[in-house]
Design a binder for this molecule. Structure first.
Ligand SMILES: Cc1ncc(C[n+]2csc(CCOP(=O)(O)OP(=O)(O)O)c2C)c(N)n1
Ligand code: SF4
Ligand SMILES: [Mg+2]
Length: 289
């Protein structure tokens, strides 16, 4: 399958030339094409921000919702139709800040979705305020003396919550990022891929060069089934490890656990609406209230 099936044709892309969002868009299209996922069987769910605009630039089913709210919408879409491939994709601010509560509880629910986070360590769309992953000392027009809060560590949180699949990638490495995304999409429960991505306009600290110099790939000997080792690696901050930190394939997904899908595997749209049963339920509810 050709990655061009996901192209939307002639449109203005509102990202700055050189932005790390471009390679992520390209890598994802190629990954999905390699996996032979048809645009009709895919749903891309995003929130608000520069990264969240990715849903505008993809020819597929999309849901571009409220700030920080991509994950509950993605969970519901997957539960309503488990035959779909569902990707929830947004920025570090959207997923870890405004959507932080959903991030935690989606990992607990464990739906079979892929959660891709464009982590540029800044609020790009709103012109450069610190985000939850901004580094200590990062100066912005708001944090004039530099950020003094310790950055949020999404990988350590996800591993602590025993997420199904936890990885970190770099937008500047198409080959490795594609390999990681392929495994994440194939994984049969919640999968987090935090992609380090330069914002060339508002983050002059974490540049392409900075990521090249401050990241390294996990050693071949790293065992992703070893949760303690994965946690230890996730808490390394001197240099940032890249790769697949943790996989737990034993967990049942949300869709495997919910009663409505245990009794009947069909997506909701294929089922008959049982009006009679519904009216009995409503009448019963009325009489008890
Ligand atoms: C409820 C709400 N709060 C704040 C905003 C303003 N706002 C829009 S995007 C954004 C930050 C997005 O940052 P991030 O998710 O990191 O995306 P980026 O632009 O960096 O890709 C903020 C604070 C908003 N639109 N809605
Ligand atoms: S402001 Fe930053 S994140 Fe937004 S498009 Fe420009 S470079 Fe990319
Ligand atoms: Mg951001």
């Amino acid at each position: 399958m050709d990655a061009e099936v996901f192209d939307i044709g002639n449109t203005d892309i509102a990202w700055c030339p050189g932005c790390g969002n471009f390679p992520i868009l390209k890598i994802l299209k190629h990954t999905l094409a390699e996996l032979k996922i048809e645009p009709t069987n895919l749903v891309l769910v995003s929130g608000i921000g520069q990264a969240a605009k990715i849903s505008h630039y993809f020819r597929t089913n999309v849901f571009n919702g409220l700030h920080g709210r991509a994950l509950p919408a993605a969970t519901a879409i997957k539960a309503a139709n488990p035959t779909l491939t569902v990707i929830a994709e947004s920025g570090d601010g959207d997923m870890y800040g405004e959507g932080g509560n959903h991030f935690v509880h989606t990992i607990r629910r464990n739906p079979d979705i892929t959660n891709i986070v464009h982590n540029n360590m800044v609020y790009g769309l709103t012109k450069g305020q610190a985000s939850p992953t901004s580094q200590v000392g990062f100066k912005t027009p708001v944090q004039v003396d530099g950020v003094f809060l310790e950055p949020f560590n999404p990988l350590a949180v996800a591993i602590a919550l025993d997420a199904g699949f936890v990885a970190r990638a770099f937008a500047g490495d198409a080959e490795q990022t594609g390999q990681i995304l392929k495994k994440a999409v194939k994984h049969k429960s919640y999968a987090l891929v935090d992609i380090l991505q330069p914002c060339i306009s508002f983050n002059r600290l974490n540049t392409y060069q900075w990521f090249e110099e401050n990241c390294y790939y996990l050693e071949e000997s790293h065992d992703p089934s070893d949760r303690n080792q994965a946690f230890k690696k996730a808490t390394e901050t001197r240099k940032l490890p890249l790769g697949i930190f943790y996989i737990n394939s034993k967990k049942h997904s949300f869709e495997e656990n919910i009663g409505a899908l245990k009794q009947d595997k069909r997506p909701l749209y294929e089922r008959e609406l049982n009006i009679k049963q519904l009216s009995v339920l409503i009448e019963k509810f009325k009489s008890t209230n």
